[in-house]
Ligand binder design. Sequence first.
Ligand code: BG6
Length: 487
Amino acid sequence: MAPLIPVNPFDLIIFGGNGDLALRKLLPSLYQLHCDSQFSENSRVIAVGRNGQTRSSYIDSVRQALSKDLESIDENEFEKFSSRLQYLHFDVSEYANWDELIEILSGHDDKIRVFYLAMPPTLFGPVATGLKLNSLITQDSRIALEKPIGESYGSAKAINDEVGASFLETQIFRVDHYLGKETVQNLLALRFGNSLFEPLWRREVIDHVQITVAEVLGVDNRIEFYDEIGALRDMVQNHLLQLVCLIAMEPPSNLNDDAVRDEKLKVLRALKPITEKQVTSSTVRAQYNSGAIDGSIVPSYASQLSSDSATETFVALKLEIDNWRWSGVPFYMRTGKRLASKHTEIVIQFKQVPHSIFTSDNSGSTPNQLSIMLQPDEGVKLSIQAKEPGPGGFDLKPVSLDLSFEDTFGLRFPDAYERLLIEILRGNPAMFMRRDEIETAWQWIDQIIAGWEESRQPVDTYVAGSWGPTASAMMLDRDGRAWVMGS
Ligand code: BG6
């Protein structure tokens, strides 16, 4: 592993410091980075929250959050880590209340300053304005915004405008945690670190691409928020489209911020619109009914919500990219809650051989497949045809060249937030979404939502614990294809 150089001294201010994201993801990741000696001596983490709690009770909640993830906490390290932590309680919408934060930060203008907004997007603009009005934005300041950035092109643009009135685009880090996942980053290594795949990465050789992001979990404690959003906005607008971009983009000239993001943007701009005319054939949306998961019955979405709702908890799409490399190659994507297993995978399905010398009709010959597995196991699998051993015939069987990253590297896989936090602190924006990417993705998503409304396409249902509605399998079946997993 490359030697670690600690980040220059920083103040990281987390707004929404006692929220779910801060306690479940940000603080545990910061603790790990601290234990890995990535932080220099006088770096501090200042949590701002709505709970009127003391510093010591905040440290207790951080300890509790860590103990959910870690088998044991190194007391010595935890004490050093907690000495970095401060807790401030104030209402961010009252700019006159910010005195304590101003005081804590005064005299620390020479450090890196990161404002991490782990709070609802409606507060992004007001907090950015508050930071400006209170003169807290230094030259070396950055602001990190958690998804969702808005819920449509219009609202995303308004948020970007408001935050942009206080921060330069180069200071804004829009987080999509999928971009911090080790295997997602490995996708770049696979494509651009090997000469093997690039010549094959095109319409002449690839039949289609499948992306599955399946979750077992429902939306339990955030169902009211989720009901306003649905799977298309929650998962596709960001995580799945970012995966599409990394698979489909042209090779960037380097890994620097704008080189990668320029290429991703070109993919988003080349997405063929799915409008009212295509929604029925190219989209499926559905909501889970009750069903069994791991031997237990789980209630339907509607009964959890205690009312009827047309919000989709599952969506499948057939997407096309209008450019030379991908013309005619469908990208099938699906994501859903309460599915059969937690499974995130990208499958590159290569074409059938043009002519089989083994059988007269190509039957028994399975096309090559490259699977990039993100969750629960991380790795890459290449399925190739081999002759089954033995005399007599020439029977072909698919066999896998299988690379499990954990077995190969034998390392602890850092959480995506560890990677993202360190990139923000180091000031590397390549793995974050630029304003134009977000807005272009929303424009494409908005058309689908308008198409659903105009066509009055009803929301289908599926049994919790299944792989989604039959319509999802049918969408591929119409094209003579099937989902690799769970069809
Ligand atoms: C979040 C979504 O962005 O990603 C959640 O809002 C979803 O609904 C989560 O559960 C999935 O993340 P992961 O890393 O568990 O695949």
